[in-house]
Write a protein that binds this ligand. Structure first.
Ligand code: ADP
Ligand code: ASP
Ligand code: MG
Length: 240
């Protein structure tokens, strides 16, 4: 099976969590699955990059902000590849430029137009786990772009659609999609299944658990999304 797995910032926030993600992937890899891993920046690193930029100027050029943003995801993917190396499993990290993840030039809120698959497929054929930077793309002039806050979900779904993956699993810090943000609404109920339209409505209302564009692509391409906790081992999850 070809599996796309996406882990958000909290799930890769430190060394222990990076190894936790690596070990979870290795379980599937050893069962014979091919794995494309999409990662976000560690913890709140993207917010820290915004603070750094705001310290320089209150009106930073959007192109330069995206250039800065891409650093966050690049740190995570390279550290993850190092963890796999340490665990004796072949893996390679690729950024948007190396994949060639093409977007329009709407800096800060770009949309994916095309993902070239040649490099990813070659690395998978060679038996490697392929680790891809979430959130970032390149425009037709090879400038870095980003997909909007929370955009790594969209990278994962677009990759799953383009590669015709068998599954697209979104690992986060809650164990599924709830009727409302479970961190705010105490009696929010976990939804075992939710339709694309219901999920779109939730994300339009600000439910950051899935990036709005990712749900749109999932609907268009009929990609079933599975939302799981990266922190608990239990297979409590739900699907969209
Ligand atoms: P990640 O860094 O893994 O992408 P996010 O912070 O983007 O994680 O999304 C997960 C968060 O989304 C949860 O911690 C939760 O507070 C929030 N959230 C908002 N609405 C919902 C909802 N309806 N169901 C689940 N989580 C939600
Ligand atoms: N790192 C980016 C952000 O914090 C993208 C993501 O996490 O999906 O918005
Ligand atoms: Mg997110």
């Amino acid at each position: 099976m070809l599996k796309v797995k996406k882990f958000g910032g909290t799930s890769v926030a430190n060394k222990e969590r990076i190894y936790n993600v690596a070990n979870r992937c290795i379980e599937d890899y050893k069962r014979g699955d091919k794995i494309v891993l999409v990662l976000s920046a560690m913890g709140k690193h993207t917010d820290e990059l915004i603070s750094l930029a705001n310290d320089i100027s209150s009106n930073v050029p959007k192109r330069e902000m995206d250039m800065l943003f891409t650093v966050g995801e690049q740190i995570t993917v390279s550290l993850m590849a190092m963890a796999f190396d340490k665990l004796g499993v072949p893996a390679i990290s690729l950024n948007a430029f190396q994949v060639r993840m093409l977007t329009n030039d709407n800096y800060g809120d770009a949309s994916i137009e095309k993902i070239e698959t040649e490099r990813i497929k070659k690395e998978l054929e060679e038996g490697k786990i392929v680790i891809v930077t979430g959130f970032q793309g390149i425009d037709k002039n090879n400038n870095y772009t980003t997909l909007g806050r929370g955009g790594s979900d969209t990278t994962a779904v677009a990759l799953a659609a383009t590669l015709k993956a068998d599954t697209c699993e979104i690992y986060t810090d809650v164990d599924g999609v709830y009727t409302a943000d479970p961190r705010i609404v105490e009696n929010a109920i976990k939804l075992e299944n939710i339709s694309y339209d219901e999920m779109l409505e939730l994300s339009n209302l600000g439910a950051g658990v899935l990036h709005n564009k990712s749900v749109k692509i999932a609907k268009e391409c009929d990609i079933k999304l599975i939302v799981r906790s990266s922190l608990s081992k239990a297979e409590r999850n739900n699907s969209i």
